[in-house]
Ligand binder design. Sequence first.
Ligand SMILES: [Mg+2]
Length: 398
Amino acid sequence: MRITSITPYLMAAGAPSETAWSAGGISSGGSRHWCFVRIETDAGISGVGEGSGWPRMVAAGIADLATVLIGEDPRNIDRLWHRMFVSQMGHGQTGTPGSGAMAAIDMALWDITAKSLGVPVWQLLGGKFRDRVRCYVHASSTELAVAAVAEGYGALKAGNIRTAVDKVAALREAVGRDIDIAVDLHGPPWLNAPDAIAIARALEPYDLLFLEEALAPEDLAGLRRLRSATDLPLAAGERSALLWGYRQLIGEGLVDIVQPDMGRVGISQMRKIAVLAEANFVSVAPHSGTLGPIAEYAAIHLLAAIPNALIHERFRTDWEGRARVITQPLEIVDGHMVVPDRPGLGVDIVLDEIAKHPPDTNIAAHTEKYLSAYEDGTCGEALYFQPRRHRARLRRDG
Ligand SMILES: [Mg+2]
């Protein structure tokens, strides 16, 4: 079997209705794009994938990488991954757009290989540990939290640094102690280690499932300080790409939960990250907020097949177009995603629907909502690192 074509399909996607989770909608709004890929073979078997980490750049990367893969046997997945990686040496190799392009292609290669054998992808990954994968949904208010619990979800996530402690107190009060609650601080660089420690200690009484990105992903020294100062389970890793991006987080015991994004790393890399995590007693809870439905499918196959799968992220009410760009939405039962049994990933993309949503500018606009994620008084500057001014607000009363 040989690869005959590799085609990226880029589209603008709508925002989920629950955008308050992302401290002002940074991850959604006008900047949300999805980049799918379809790979065709001379055996008549095709596969699909999805890459993230700046989808417009990913689409360009896929088109370039196609030139080194046409004519190759798609079943030599890991070798082809290395071939793609080496072909980016002149570009510095380690960034998320390049990794996202490889992730999309990698997913499609797993899809093709599994289809050629007539088995689901999870079968190739070692078989199933579970028939359903637990998921958490975003709850920006107690009303949404209560509605999610009534629908059967047993885990929720809240964000927004300035109100995190008050919000978690209200959520715990509203849903009781049998529901898991996670908090995402989105790692703003102005939140330094002493700030993160203060917030973590204030959150300790609420028994969080995890505290996510309490510090900027670059601040590993700060994460070390936080680690030794709190007994809250810590999670991080959504912005990293490639196995080596997780080496320190996992190997140095800086987190309890690692959160690779399937569209940024792909099945092959996430499988290796999961093994590294297993060896260090770390669980896996993939990031998925900005992703489309194909990467979600890939993540469910992987999570079905590893022992240390904790939970997967999803929106209870995502953009309505999400269901139309694929042939079959994932089945959700009692707060769990049902692992598909169909050959390959078990899903295809719908090209006519994708074509209805042409891509546009693909970065977060500096709107008022975006800037509101920054601290009062400094937001107009929109700097990545800036001094933090109002420490007392971080702990209580917004
Ligand atoms: Mg996050």
